[in-house]
Structures are given as C-alpha cells and as structure tokens.
Design a protein around this ligand. Sequence first.
Ligand SMILES: [Zn+2]
Length: 108
Amino acid sequence: MEKLKKLHTFSLWERPLAGLLKEILAKEGIACLVRNENLFAAMGEIPLIECYPELWVIDDETLPRAKLLLDGWLKNSSLDATPWVCPDCHERLDGHFGACWSCGRQRE
Ligand SMILES: [Zn+2]
C-alpha cells in the first residue's frame, strides 16, 4: 500500500526550493508532491504555520532514500555560496544550489 509521508517542511523563504527538490527527487524515481505551494493566495485565511511549504513523498517506502538525498542536498547547498556551472548541461547556478536544477547533477 502506498502511503503519503511528510519529508520536509520548508521555511517561507525556501519556498522555491520545495519545487526544485521535488524535481530532483522525481529524477531519482521518488514521486513527491508539494503542499502549501500557493502561499500568498492562502495567507490571511489560515494560520501562518499552515502556510509553510511541505514536501511529501507519495510512497512511504521511498522515504528513507528521499531523506538521504534531501539531507545531502541541503548540506551541500549550505557549504559554498559561489556560483558554479554544471559540468553536464552547462547551466549557470547560484551558489546556494547544491545540485543542478536543470539536470539534477550534484555539485562537486
Ligand atoms: Zn545540469
């Protein structure tokens, strides 16, 4: 049985990351969904805490692997803030990205 499991809650300012990580995990074969993506539409109508973007895995069996990938990604992304260029697809990336948002390659 597939079961939804919450993987991570993002800060409000990390909202763009939620969609990015969803893409990266999808490329690893882990299906995810983002809740509370439309923050500003909802703000004022529900308590702020419920507006935090959340990343959920669709199948709870993928949760341990998803957590590993996410932790690695978040750790990498806080190491170095210099912009870099993806060696695979030559996309220019901001320093806070630990992996290429275009092709998903991890930063070296
Ligand atoms: Zn790339």
